[in-house]
Design a protein around this ligand. Structure first.
Ligand SMILES: CC(C)(COP(=O)(O)OP(=O)(O)OC[C@H]1O[C@@H](n2cnc3c(N)ncnc32)[C@H](O)[C@@H]1OP(=O)(O)O)[C@@H](O)C(=O)NCCC(=O)NCCS
Length: 187
């Protein structure tokens, strides 16, 4: 039995754990050592739960422990400023170019899709409609804030993820060498 509720600070450890446990489901990735773990948390997790916890939701099990999350930055300009000042400098120099490209990609579609998001669910809790429900909750939350669209980046190898987003109504905005940007207009 699961439930979806707003993120709380006490969920931080579990959300970070889910981020690291699901990395391999989305990207082709050589292994999770301390350096890689810190990279993934800095780029794909910590900004959202530390700076915009009000835009994050978790799926919890019967013990109120997070087993999945949807985390979001509601405005690319606001995100870029804080991310580049506080998180980007923590990254190793050799990895910065790739991350900078991802931040720029969000910027490219910012007028139509000002928000961007990440979603991850532990394996045992997938395929039962949880991801769709979390997307519904997030898009309703953004709609209530007057935000017109949400975008994301997904790896081309993640065919199930792409199918999941397309089924919800996301369109492909641009294809890169290893992934694509997708966007959803909030009506
Ligand atoms: C992608 C993800 C969030 C979807 O959530 P979910 O709760 O499994 O999705 P739902 O049950 O609402 O929808 C299931 C549909 O999504 C797709 N899907 C994507 N990944 C799936 C998975 N691992 N297992 C089952 N269905 C999956 C299928 O197309 C499925 O459609 P079907 O029922 O016709 O087979 C989740 O599977 C997940 O966390 N995957 C690993 C991490 C990831 O890829 N995150 C996105 C990175 S951009």
């Amino acid at each position: 039995m699961t439930n979806i509720r707003p993120y709380r600070e006490t969920d931080k450890y579990n959300v970070q754990r889910i981020c690291l446990q699901t990395v391999n489901d989305d990207v082709q990735f050589e292994g999770l050592n301390r350096e890689n773990a810190s990279f993934f948390l800095t780029v794909y997790c910590n900004y959202y739960i530390e700076k915009e916890p009000q835009n994050c939701f978790v799926t919890v099990d019967g013990n109120d422990e997070a087993v999945g999350y949807i985390i979001c930055a509601e405005n690319v300009k606001k995100y870029r400023k804080a991310f580049m000042n506080e998180y980007f400098p923590k990254l190793e120099k050799k990895r910065r170019l790739m991350v900078f490209g991802e931040v720029l990609a969000y910027y490219f579609f910012a007028s139509r899709y000002p928000a961007h998001m990440h979603i991850d669910i532990l394996k045992e809790y997938r395929g039962g409609g949880t991801g769709t429900k979390m997307l519904e909750i997030l898009t309703e939350h953004l709609k209530n804030k007057g935000i017109s669209g949400v975008q994301l980046c997904v790896s081309e190898a993640n065919t199930r993820g792409i199918k999941f987003y397309e089924r919800f109504g996301f369109n492909t905005l641009m294809k890169f060498s290893v992934g694509r940007a997708m966007g959803y207009k909030i009506k």
